[in-house]
Write a protein that binds this ligand. Structure first.
Ligand code: ATP
Ligand code: MG
Length: 397
């Protein structure tokens, strides 16, 4: 199937003097992902390129799948390595490779180009000669293919190194982004919905490590609702790496808000307390920002005026990667990353328990702040209690 995988990474190639830091982190993340795959894989950097070498019996398909979860990788190329480098033998192996990967039945009237490189200058043929002679060998053996040097359907790279001739032509897409661990840490407000897992995925894709908070309201919300959030955290941890999920009991705070504040303002005031608590846990975790799954206009608490009121209690930046996304666009990503099926399980959410019939859609910050004053006598101890009784669950390690 392949003797090595050549790993392509775009953006991290342009980080100047920091380049090796990004590459080292990428290799570390790859090694972590490959640990879960059967067999032994070595990750090596050679002349500015990263390769994965399988050793002995191993799950080669599984390795590709695992690498497709590593942010920073843009493409994964299965490579055939020919170690007997006599030209005739290389040509024979190349022809076998082309016949196997591009058989006549599936490639009628396709065009190809050989893209030879010779990093090992001692090889008797230079790259021009290799292009011409290997191209001829393929043409003779595969008459259904023709050459197009400008816009080939199939670009076959042949790299002559001291250790062997490397042949590859297919690029399996990676997830892109930057390796997790190169951009600090942020705290995800993770609910059981569709949006917040996607938001966490998107920020982790930019290299950010993730921890999370979940607010539950027992007995109004069930153990199963909590387990759903733990499952979602596990699912995104495949991409983000380990997550500390703080499960915060929000019941008494919600009841106090319900008792003392105008009902049409419940959701907005509740959201402000969620942000305040999330920020406290963010600081404990060393996180430099909060992440939510908010999108402008999706619900009453996500109008621009509502977002202003929610944001006003935060001192950390709030990352809202879905802010301009339509619901369907978010669903498409959640299906791609594998969280959708869990997200749509019909368990209750603490936000919907105490929801008003007619929530304000244009809250005024001054009015909301005034309403919150009626909590002054009780909220301090309730916040303390919520912090002290939080349960931390670690997933993905
Ligand atoms: P989601 O699909 O992510 O639940 P939503 O469309 O239901 O979002 P809201 O309920 O308004 O929207 O929540 C907005 C954001 O607030 C969520 O994306 C999430 O980041 C955060 N959030 C809401 N409820 C909770 C909760 N119980 N625990 C933690 N974070 C929450
Ligand atoms: Mg929700």
């Amino acid at each position: 199937m392949y003797q090595a995988l050549l790993i392509k990474y775009a953006e991290i190639g342009i980080k100047g003097k920091n380049r090796h830091l990004f590459e080292d982190r990428l290799m570390h993340q790859m090694a972590v992902a490959l640990r879960k795959v059967d067999g032994s894989f070595e990750t090596v950097k050679e002349m500015g390129r990263i390769f994965v070498m399988p050793h002995g019996e191993c799950d080669k398909e599984g390795a590709i799948e695992a690498l497709q979860t590593v942010f920073g990788i843009t493409g994964i190329c299965p490579v055939l390595i020919v170690t007997d480098m006599a030209f005739d033998h290389v040509a024979e192996e190349l022809v076998g490779y082309v016949k196997q990967n591009y058989p006549a039945s599936s490639c009628a009237s396709q065009t190809f180009k050989i893209n030879a490189r010779r990093p090992w200058k001692a090889y008797p043929k230079d790259s021009m000669e290799l292009n011409a002679d290997l191209g001829e060998a393929v043409l003779n053996a595969c008459p259904y293919l023709t050459v197009d040097v400008h816009h080939p359907d199939i670009l076959i790279t042949v790299e002559v190194r001291q250790s062997g001739v490397y042949i590859y032509s297919k690029v399996i897409p990676g997830p892109g982004g930057l390796p997790v661990g190169t951009s600090g840490r942020a705290e995800l407000l993770l609910s059981g919905g569709i949006d917040s897992p996607v938001a966490g995925y998107m920020i982790a894709k930019r290299g950010v490590e993730i921890d999370a908070v979940y607010f539950h309201a027992p007995p109004y919300t069930s153990e199963r609702a909590k387990q759903k959030v733990v499952d979602l955290a596990k699912q995104i941890s495949i991409y983000t790496g380990p997550i500390h999920l703080h499960v915060i009991n929000f019941t008494d705070i919600q009841l106090a808000i319900y008792e003392k504040c105008p009902h049409e303002e419940l959701t907005i005031i509740m959201r402000r307390y969620m942000m305040r608590l999330a920020e406290i846990f963010a600081k404990k975790d060393g996180a430099l920002g909060l992440i939510t799954g908010e999108s402008i206009g999706q619900v009453a608490s996500q109008t621009t005026q509502s977002l202003l009121c929610t944001n006003a209690v935060c001192t950390l930046p709030v990352f809202r990667p879905l802010i301009g996304f339509d619901k369907q666009e978010i669903i498409n990503i959640s299906e791609k990353i594998g969280t959708y099926e869990t997200s749509i399980l019909p368990f209750e959410d603490c936000c919907t328990i105490f929801v008003a019939k007619h929530p304000v859609t244009h809250p005024l910050l001054k009015v909301i702040e005034k309403s919150e004053h009626s909590l002054d006598d009780v909220i301090g101890p309730l916040m303390e209690q919520a912090i002290e009784t939080a349960e931390t669950i670690t997933v993905g390690n």
